[in-house]
Design a protein around this ligand. Structure first.
Ligand code: MN
Length: 167
């Protein structure tokens, strides 16, 4: 199915810095914490640990979480829409079914991330671990690091340090 939805990536300076990758699926944001952040290079396999679903409204949050779970600074690093391109046995399947099966592909249309990506579940005890990887297409970037090239917020233009300083 060519189903579509929103996606958002929130850079999160919590106890450990990570990027929260969120895909709109059936009215919520399915979420993964990506310690090294996304890459536009198909050679990079980025660990993505599945975390709890978040409400769609959370995707608009940028600022400082003072205390408690997730305490730290949140920056809206990228956002946009995606189109599900997942298949099983050569037939299109919905994004929810694809994620359930442990392998999904989708095209991102963000302000920074573009083109095809895959999420593939690893078989590992304890954590619900996945790999987020850029697909080999015309949007792939074989050199450079988009995290360093495009550090600013797509909401405010601020770096996460500037958000941390002013809230
Ligand atoms: Mn987080």
């Amino acid at each position: 199915m060519g189903d579509t939805g929103r996606f958002v990536i929130q850079k999160h300076a919590a106890r450990r810095l990570h990027y929260d990758f969120r895909l709109e699926v059936q009215g919520v944001y399915r979420s993964w914490a990506v310690p090294k952040g996304p890459s536009m290079n198909p050679r990079d396999k980025r660990l993505a640990v599945a975390v709890e679903d978040h409400p769609l409204s959370w995707g608009n949050f940028e600022g400082v979480i003072a205390t408690g779970y997730g305490a730290g600074t949140v920056q809206i690093w990228d956002r946009g829409t995606y189109r599900n391109t997942s298949e099983r046995a050569g037939e299109p399947i919905g994004i929810a079914a694809a994620l359930e099966s442990g392998h999904a592909t989708f095209e991102l249309r963000g302000e920074k991330l573009r083109g095809g990506f895959s999420l593939t579940r690893l078989r590992r005890k304890g954590q619900d671990s996945w790999i987020l990887q850029k697909l080999r297409d015309t949007d792939a970037e074989w050199e450079g690091d988009i995290l360093l090239q495009r550090p600013g917020s797509v909401e405010s233009g601020r770096t996460i340090e500037e958000i941390a300083a002013k809230g």
